[in-house]
Design a protein around this ligand. Structure first.
Ligand code: ADP
Length: 675
């Protein structure tokens, strides 16, 4: 008892040991793995990407060299044109083949003279002539000292017509136009200006400056007086200011002319059809000013490279002018210094590098002073820093992952895989545990059955054998009073023998049943013959006991598909029990009737009855309601188990109806049609 309880406990604990422990361990490993996966994926990606960075660097360097070469090849030779080309017609914003966005420029000719930016001219002789002309002085006095504007206008006009040279004439015209405008003769002023402007074509640089003044003056007058030709003339002036071929101007004058020309443009033109040109003009204006400003800050030696910059090697170097970098190239014997600020330089480089780096990567530049061009998001992970290339010495590129999404995505896939594998393993463990638990249970049950069987068999066989032996010994020794007693003893021996045979029959049936070796031959069988044989088998026993036995059987019972002997065993067992579990006055009946596609066999007695709670269990092997009573009656708890087994094999059902102290009825329903 104790040992079986121990076994049961062990069997109950088995699934816990077999399933729970590995599952818990597996879950723990899975959590760890999932947690580590992100880091692992990150590391893997970092390694993979790092390997590509060296290629990126080599590509960048190659592209830069190619871009510089293309730039130099495509440039015009004339320094002014170079400037205009680079500034006014920059390449498409995202053209990676033209990474340069130039803000200013310096050009030195082969002799080392700065030919661009065009610096201010020294006072020319003509200018001096104008200043010294008496008539000019007189007109100027009239205009500014005496405030006699019409007098001044007349004097200026006279000088404009008869001046000693074009410079004086144009200067005088500017004065005349100014004075006429002030005294309200705008139309006349405009006509005068136009005449003069038409007269002087292809002027030299100095005269050109004066003509620009005249143009500005005249367009301003037209605009102020609302003269109808104003838009046309403003546009004309604007285009003239943009035309580097037509007007030979110093950088300062050019910048001034461009700024004025933009200002004087009617809004509808500036914002409409001329928008693109206005932008160009603004860029040129700024570049002219910046070029002048930078050329004042750096020496010619620096512009030329001063030996340090490696001539036209396409290297970009920080200039003395704060915040600017220069690229030196050579074109047509001239030395060009192309100037960028940091923003434009890094924009150009970005275009160059972007195509070599994967979409998921982002980068920033770190200049030679270690200054990055922008900040990085807090959680961005720097993949590596590498030198931009020989063309931008000491500059580095920090490459980093754009965000976490890449890792998360890669890790999620791996995590899902882990979870699937983990779940599968757990399912397998559970299944394996279930199968093995079942097998163990089966084994335990079989063992128990075997033990019970051996114990029962030995015990049950011992009793009848012992009593038979006593009786036989008595007969042999001749200890009998008379032949009557000897006959009685023989009767008793026969009874014990009968009991023994019954027991052995049951044991054999049970044994075959357990080994699944019991095969039934289901053939059309007559229920009446079955009943007849069963009654025959119990006749002796029932005859000996004080027993009222009734058999009620319907006539013309249908044939059933059954194993004749097996059915007899069923009825004999039921009748046997009816006899065993009834008191001295036995009333037993066997009723057989047909109905509902079945033949019913019912055995009733007036015996001890079966308590309700035991009713379900009496069909179990070796189960006995009252062990002492059963033993006394010569049972071993197998009869009803055999009945149930045979009934199942016949697709039949066995029911029991019983009341303690009143009796029991067992009914077997055997279908006539077996499916
Ligand atoms: P046994 O060999 O002990 O009779 P069975 O399997 O035939 O074994 O019956 C199991 C138990 O059911 C019996 O031990 C008995 O307690 C109870 N039982 C069976 N038939 C009857 C009956 N007709 N009246 C009362 N109890 C019965």
């Amino acid at each position: 008892m104790h040992s079986s309880l121990g076994t049961q406990r062990w069997v109950a604990l088995l699934p816990i040991a077999v399933v729970m422990l590995p599952t818990v361990c597996l879950l723990w490993f899975m959590t760890q793995a999932v947690r580590n996966e992100r880091l692992a994926v990150r590391q893997k990606l970092v390694d993979a990407y790092r390997a590509t960075l060296a290629d990126t660097r080599a590509n960048t360097e190659r592209r830069w060299a190619a871009a510089v070469e293309r730039l130099v090849r495509d440039l015009p030779t004339d320094p002014i044109e170079i400037f205009r080309t680079l500034i006014a017609t920059p390449p498409e914003a995202n053209d990676p083949d033209h990474p340069f966005r130039i803000q200013a420029m310096m050009v030195c000719d082969p002799s080392g003279q700065v030919v661009y930016p065009r610096l201010d001219l020294a006072d020319s002789p003509q200018a001096n002539t104008a200043d010294r002309s008496d008539l000019f002085q007189e007109a100027w006095q009239a205009e500014y000292v005496q405030g006699n504007l019409s007098e001044a206008a007349t004097l200026y006009q006279r000088l404009a017509l008869r001046g000693p040279d074009p410079t004086v004439q144009v200067s005088a015209t500017v004065g005349a136009v100014r004075c006429l405008a002030k005294i309200g003769q705008a139309r006349q002023a405009a006509i005068l200006a136009q005449q003069t402007l038409a007269e002087f074509k292809s002027p030299d640089s100095h005269l050109a400056t004066l003509l620009v003044n005249l143009r500005i003056e005249s367009v301003q007058i037209m605009a102020g007086s609302g003269l109808p030709q104003y838009p046309e003339k403003a546009k004309e002036f604007f285009q003239e200011a943009l035309d580097y071929q037509a007007l030979d101007l110093t950088s300062r004058t050019r910048a001034f002319a461009l700024a004025k020309a933009i200002d004087l443009l009617p809004q509808d033109l500036a914002r409409g059809p001329l928008l693109q040109q206005v932008r160009m003009a603004r860029a040129l204006h700024e570049a002219e000013l910046l070029s002048m400003q930078i050329s004042e800050q750096i020496s010619v030696a620096e512009a030329l490279g001063g030996g340090t910059a490696g001539g036209s090697g396409g290297q970009v170097k920080r200039l003395q002018a704060e915040g600017f970098w220069g690229l030196r190239v050579e074109k047509g014997g001239n030395h060009l210094l192309l100037i960028f600020d940091k923003t434009h330089l890094t924009e150009g480089l970005t275009r160059l590098i972007r195509q070599d780096l994967r979409e998921s990567l982002s980068f920033r530049f770190v200049d030679e002073k270690g200054q990055p061009d922008r900040d990085v998001d807090g959680d961005a992970m720097i993949l590596g820093t590498y030198a931009v290339g020989g063309f931008l010495p000491a500059w580095g590129i920090d490459v980093f992952f754009k965000g976490d999404s890449l890792f998360t995505e890669a890790a999620r896939r791996q995590q899902a895989l882990y979870i699937w594998i983990g779940t599968l393993v757990i399912v397998l463990i559970v299944a394996a545990a279930a199968v093995s638990t079942q097998a163990i249970h089966r084994q335990i049950r079989l063992n128990r059955l075997k033990n019970d069987f051996i114990a029962t068999v030995t015990h049950e066989l011992k009793t009848p054998l012992a009593s038979m032996r006593v009786l036989v010994d008595t007969l042999i020794d001749g200890h009998t009073r008379d032949s009557g007693q000897a006959a009685e003893y023989l009767q008793l021996i026969a009874k014990e023998n009968l009991r023994l045979t019954g027991l052995i029959d049951n044991f054999l049936t049970f044994s075959r049943m357990e080994c699944n070796k019991q095969a039934f031959a289901l053939v059309p069988t007559d229920p009446a013959l079955v009943v007849q044989d069963a009654v025959e088998a119990v006749k002796t026993k029932f005859g000996m006991a004080d027993c009222q036995f009734q058999v009620n059987m319907d006539k013309d019972l249908p044939m059933v598909m059954a194993d004749h002997d097996a059915l007899v065993t069923v009825l004999v067992n039921l009748l046997d029990n009816a006899c065993k579990y009834t008191g001295d006055r036995k009333e037993i009946s066997l009723r057989v009737w047909a109905g509902d596609h079945a033949v019913y066999f019912s055995v009733s007695d007036n015996g001890v009855g079966i308590p309700r709670r035991s009713m379900r269990r009496i069909f179990e092997k070796f189960y006995q309601v009252d062990q002492t009573l059963s033993r006394k009656a010569g049972g071993c708890g197998l009869g009803l188990a055999i009945v149930r087994f045979i009934a199942d094999a016949h697709h039949a059902t066995v029911g029991v109806d019983s009341k303690v102290g009143q009796g029991s009825t067992f009914t077997v329903r055997l279908p006539t049609r077996v499916r």
